[in-house]
Design a protein around this ligand. Structure first.
Ligand code: AOF
Ligand code: ZN
Length: 357
């Protein structure tokens, strides 16, 4: 199952709206088939693994990280494919909450006389599939918030210089993290200040994450790197209902996909943004700031995982404090997270924190 889990993780960031599933076929102690969900979400993992196993699948044990599907979509159900292949036993990490599956895959296998075991390495599978589970059960994506800050928690100098606080190794790691997400997101201020491209470079990405920019009035220069690349890599712009039709037209012309979300207290309603992303199939969002958006996401309880990079540089009180806009009154009201990983990356330190439920 650990092998199936690691195969499944290869699909993270490139199989949405589908889950990134892994599958291993074992016969007489040997691995005879390995598969994972293919880019774009199909074929499913089991189909790939069964094709590799061929006739040796008969009487084999199959390890799969999510319950095999039971529905007729664009492809026939994986549960039926497993029955047709004559496998003897199917070991499943986690049930599939998709209403089209939801126990029916396991039932189909059992009714065909296959020995089914469920719940093996379920917690690990739940972590890997957090994005898909979130989309299906909460109607919003799994949100990772990334911040790079100085020793004293500043994200930019007084003059607004923010790029390259961390070193090249950390920046490369950020690209690897982007690649494992379906979408990367920034606020309009960051898009204006940094003119980022937000693509994954030099990593052999199979599918670029969608770039999502939040901007009430779409007041981002049309000569920006984001606009320049919008025909090659998807660019989605979430804007308020008062954005000018002329501005919208210009962005659509360069290839951006614009959608409107409600404005609450003069800011875009972030819950509505997340709902819209899930509706469009996004399961994992990587938010890269700026500070204002980061503060709002945290205060509104929308951050599932926080990835903080700390660099050995001090910027002092004039620097821009990260999360300045949070307005926490009492310690008891402050959002708290649980540490899940600490890692030294080049000259910087990375901390990963998880939402405390
Ligand atoms: C599997 N193995 O590798 C994946 C599964 O649109 P479709 O027909 O591709 O179906 C998508 C649904 O199939 C998705 O919501 C989830 O329930 C399941 N994904 N199932 O057996 C796989 N990716
Ligand atoms: Zn399937």
């Amino acid at each position: 199952m650990d092998l199936a889990l690691s195969l499944g993780r290869r699909g993270l960031g490139n199989v949405w709206p589908n889950p990134a599933v892994g599958c291993v076929v074992v016969k007489e102690g040997r691995v005879v088939g390995r598969g994972w969900t293919q880019p774009g979400g199909r074929p499913h993992a089991e189909v790939v693994a069964l094709a590799q196993a061929g006739d040796t699948a008969r009487g084999a044990t199959v390890f799969v990280t999510l319950e095999p599907c039971a529905h007729h979509g664009e492809t026939p159900p994986c549960a039926e494919a497993l029955v047709a292949a004559g496998v003897a036993r199917v070991v499943i990490a986690l049930g599939d909450p998709d209403p089209r599956v939801n126990g029916q895959g396991a039932a189909l296998l059992r009714n065909a006389g296959i020995d089914v075991v469920e719940g093996v390495r379920a917690n690990a599978a739940r972590r890997d599939q957090a994005g898909f589970l979130s989309r299906v059960t909460r109607g919003r994506p799994f949100v990772t918030l990334k911040l790079a800050a100085s020793l004293d928690g500043r994200i930019a100098t007084a003059s607004g210089e923010s790029q390259w606080i961390t070193g090249p190794e950390a920046r490369r790691h950020v690209h690897a993290l982007r690649m494992r997400h379906d979408a990367v997101m920034v606020g309009g201020g960051t898009a204006r200040a940094d003119d980022p491209t937000l693509t994954v470079r030099d990593m052999g990405a199979l599918r670029q994450p969608v770039r999502v920019v939040l901007s009430r009035h779409l007041d981002i220069p049309i000569e920006s790197n984001l606009a320049r690349t919008a025909h090659e890599v998807p660019l989605w712009l979430a804007h308020g209902d008062r954005a000018q039709p002329k501005t919208l037209d210009r962005w659509r012309e360069v290839g951006a996909d614009c959608f409107s979300v409600p404005v609450v207290q003069s800011a875009l309603d972030l819950s509505a943004v997340m709902d819209a992303l899930a509706e469009r199939g996004v399961t994992r969002v990587f938010c890269e700031g700026g500070g204002g958006l980061a503060a709002s996401l945290l205060s509104e309880g929308l951050v599932d995982e926080f990835v903080g990079f700390t660099a050995g540089v001090a910027l002092g009180a004039e620097g821009w404090p990260s999360l300045a806009a949070m307005g926490v009154g009492r310690l008891a009201e402050a959002p708290r997270l649980d540490l899940i990983e600490t890692r030294v990356i080049g000259a910087d330190v990375m901390h990963r924190w998880a939402r405390r439920d």
